[in-house]
Design a binder for this molecule. Structure first.
Ligand SMILES: NC(=O)C1=CN([C@@H]2O[C@H](COP(=O)(O)OP(=O)(O)OC[C@H]3O[C@@H](n4cnc5c(N)ncnc54)[C@H](OP(=O)(O)O)[C@@H]3O)[C@@H](O)[C@H]2O)C=CC1
Ligand SMILES: N[C@@H](CC=O)C(=O)O
Length: 383
């Protein structure tokens, strides 16, 4: 081994979820190799799993899924092909569900005692909560873009965050925007946060500003899906539940012991168009157009008052609620365009003028970049 190799830090990663965000993360990892090398860092991807199977390098201690293979995975998943269709020149083993989750825990147990491991959750499933908690208990790190493990019961939440130093989830709120990091800095310095007001949905921000420009609601929701802004089921965005999860994550960070059901949520579609009654395809095709007129009328009514509609999240000492508000155009929320998010945080230190965080709040690129930054943030825990 050369002296250069001796100082290189090799960090094993295992990725859960290989959709828009997961694929973009793999591409970022591959394209950042030279930048990482300058920082004496090598991210060694030892496993990748989707909802059906897990691919693992033959020897997780020494081997990795190489860059050509990672890009092949991205191509295959983009085309909708199964991970089983990938070439296997004896580099990896395949495990199918439900065996995959047990295997991930087994790998974490092995690597926790030697090199350590970062498990990254880019799925949109609540089924990963138990695995992530076990992995963290074993001493590995967990990075999440997935909000669901953080928005389950208080008991599960506390178990998952029992070792906060090993857990990162910046991309769960505001995608790549530094929301969680900023709040953590304020809280750890003893600043008292009184109030957070924001527009936290890239999808709903985009949809509202496009409808203001005269486009039909159904068309812009489909565009938001194609642009990678929506959740796998866009009704998660349109029901307000995705924003409610973000509100819950922020409120819990502020010390509030609440659950999702405690949050007042306003939905943009009626119950009869919900997931128990309609498939995603049927909602997009048949359900959405039925909502066009009502939304357009609401937007026009607001506009006749010189206002705009924004889907707002409000957290203060008493309230935690999310819903549509009619706001003057000339306010930070009213001025928002496209998929941008904005958060105004009022605290003891930011009293007269709130701290404002604004920028792209959805999209695979920025979200995956936020995940990669989280990986960097825990690198000090590795030798
Ligand atoms: N897109 C964005 O702008 C942002 C997204 N996020 C979050 O990132 C996450 C990923 O989003 P996105 O990439 O758009 O979603 P996709 O639907 O494109 O991808 C989800 C991936 O997770 C896999 N998956 C689903 N269930 C499981 C499971 N039980 N175990 C393992 N893998 C599973 C899917 O498998 P399969 O391929 O087999 O279906 C798929 O590969 C979501 O939680 C989302 O909320 C956060 C911030 C912004
Ligand atoms: N669907 C979400 C993606 C980020 O969390 C959004 O639209 O904001």
């Amino acid at each position: 081994m050369t002296s250069r190799e001796q100082t290189m830090k090799n960090i094993p990663l295992l990725l859960i979820g290989c959709g828009g965000v997961g694929r973009q993360l793999l591409q970022h990892i591959v394209s950042c190799r030279s930048i990482h090398a300058k920082q004496k860092l090598h991210l060694r991807v030892v496993g990748i799993c989707d909802s059906k199977m897990l691919l693992v390098s033959l020897d997780v201690f020494t081997m990795e899924l190489d860059d050509a293979f990672l890009l092949e995975v991205c191509q295959a998943k983009l085309k909708g092909s199964s991970l089983l269709t990938l070439s296997n020149s004896g580099q990896h083993q395949v495990f199918s569900n439900p065996e995959s989750m047990g295997k991930i825990i087994h790998i974490a147990a092995l690597l926790a005692r030697s090199t350590g491991l970062i498990v990254i959750d880019c799925s949109a499933s609540s089924d990963t909560t138990g695995v992530l908690t076990r992995v963290a208990e074993l001493g590995c790190c967990v990075v999440m873009a997935n909000k669901k493990p953080l928005s389950s019961s208080m008991e599960d939440y506390e178990k998952l965050l029992a070792c906060p130093r090993r857990i990162r989830h910046e991309s769960t709120v505001g995608a790549g925007l530094p929301v969680i990091a900023s709040l953590n800095r304020m809280l750890s310095s003893g600043d008292l946060v009184h109030r957070i007001v924001g527009s936290l949905s890239g999808t709903l921000g985009f949809v509202m500003s496009e409808v203001e420009d005269g486009k039909p609601f159904s068309q812009v929701v489909r565009s938001a899906k194609n642009l990678g802004y929506t959740e796998p089921d866009p009704r998660d965005d349109l029901s307000g539940m995705d924003v409610a999860r973000k509100a819950l994550i922020l409120a819990r960070l502020l010390g509030r012991r609440i659950v999702l059901n405690d949050i007042k949520v306003e939905s943009l579609y009626p119950e009869e168009m919900g997931p128990n009654t309609m498939s995603i395809a049927s909602f997009l095709e048949n359900g959405l157009p039925l909502l066009d007129k009502g939304i357009q009328e609401r937007v026009e009514k607001a506009s006749s008052n010189g206002n705009v509609l924004r889907y707002v999240c409000l957290i203060d000492e008493l309230r935690c609620e999310v819903g549509i508000q009619e706001l003057p155009k000339n306010t930070p929320l009213g001025r928002l365009r496209g998929s941008d998010n904005v958060l105004e945080i009022s605290s003891r230190c930011y009293n007269q003028q709130p701290l404002v965080i604004q920028g792209a709040g959805a999209g695979n690129d920025t979200t995956a970049a936020g995940v990669l930054a989280d990986v960097f943030d825990v690198q000090d825990l590795f030798h």
